[in-house]
Design a protein around this ligand. Structure first.
Ligand SMILES: C[S@@+](CC[C@H](N)C(=O)[O-])C[C@H]1O[C@@H](n2cnc3c(N)ncnc32)[C@H](O)[C@@H]1O
Length: 282
């Protein structure tokens, strides 16, 4: 799960990414297999902390999330964003290629329409949604295919909200726990780059999302928040990161026990909100 790679304590999590140029034609062949999310569906479901309240407040303040809004969510996973969207009064259509994750979504939110498909392949009705959401999934998407599709699927005045997750805020003070995380990462050496620009590079993401003229950026925010985790929670969470081996997740859980049994983690949720262009500028 390269979308969730915890950065080292001292280095921002933005190194080794691709440029903001349009992706090559055979996009699927250039990104890691995202199927491992599905293989770990239950762990993913219990381990990922909820998105911060400030995120939902901001979407409401911007007027893009409101009761009755018709939302299409791409890469819904186990529903970390689906639940709050439903609770906000939205009618949600979820697109999720992983069968185990899609089963979880269906079982938990029977009112949500779940398409077990990729965003590139799913057929979406035209002019049928007020809001499209990609929560920690945009970097898995072939935007050359997905942006025009979303433009067709959204109504005039519709919006696209995209956010990522940074597990380990590079601006936060380096805690003893983060130092132990950095030690594990340093022992491991180089890891494969995740697809797309780095999580915090909202400038590059904004450019990617506005490319083609289908959407224009209306809001960018970096939402900073903290969460307190115990050793088991840390182990589960780090297991959901594709570049973390089980023995490494054990090592950081051990660090939590050494440090008193609980750690305060500093995370960042970078958010980009875009408006559907009335007429795409090509
Ligand atoms: C890091 S998870 C995020 C899940 C959920 N949105 C959340 O906020 O926890 C990325 C999700 O994107 C899904 N995904 C990967 N490639 C995709 C694609 N091409 N189209 C739609 N979803 C995709 C994965 O199956 C996975 O559920």
């Amino acid at each position: 799960m390269r979308c969730a790679h915890p950065p080292t304590a001292r280095r921002p999590p933005t190194g080794g990414r691709r440029s903001t140029r349009a992706p090559p034609r055979s996009y699927a062949a250039t990104v890691p297999d995202p199927g491992h999310f599905d293989a770990l569906a239950d762990v993913y479901d219990r381990a990922r902390p909820p998105y911060p309240a400030a995120l939902w407040d901001r979407l409401r303040t911007l007027g893009v999330l409101r009761p009755g809004a018709r939302v299409v969510e791409l890469g819904a996973g186990s529903g970390l964003a689906t639940g709050p969207l439903v609770r906000a009064g939205a009618t949600v259509t979820a697109v999720e290629p992983g069968p185990a994750l899609a089963r979880l979504l269906r079982a938990r939110w029977p009112d949500v329409t779940v398409h077990e498909a990729t965003a590139e392949r799913v057929a979406l009705p035209h002019a049928s949604f007020d809001l499209a959401v990609a929560a920690t999934s945009v970097h898995w998407l072939d935007l050359d295919v997905v942006l025009p599709k979303l433009h067709r699927a959204l109504v005039p005045g519709g919006a696209l909200a995209v956010w990522r997750h940074v597990f380990g805020d590079p601006q936060a003070p380096v805690t003893p726990f983060r130092q132990r995380v950095a030690d594990v990462v340093a022992r491991r050496g180089a890891v494969p780059a995740r697809p797309g620009p780095g999580e915090l590079d909202t400038t590059a993401w904004s450019a990617r999302l506005a490319a083609g003229g289908w959407f224009r950026v209306v809001d960018v925010a970096h939402l900073r928040w903290t969460v307190v985790l115990d050793a088991e929670q840390v182990r589960d969470l780090f297991l959901t990161f594709s570049d973390w081996r089980p023995d490494e997740a054990d090592a950081v859980a051990h660090a939590v026990r050494d440090l008193g049994g609980r750690v305060t983690e500093h995370y960042v949720t970078p958010l980009v909100v875009l408006a559907r262009a009335a007429t795409p500028v090509r």
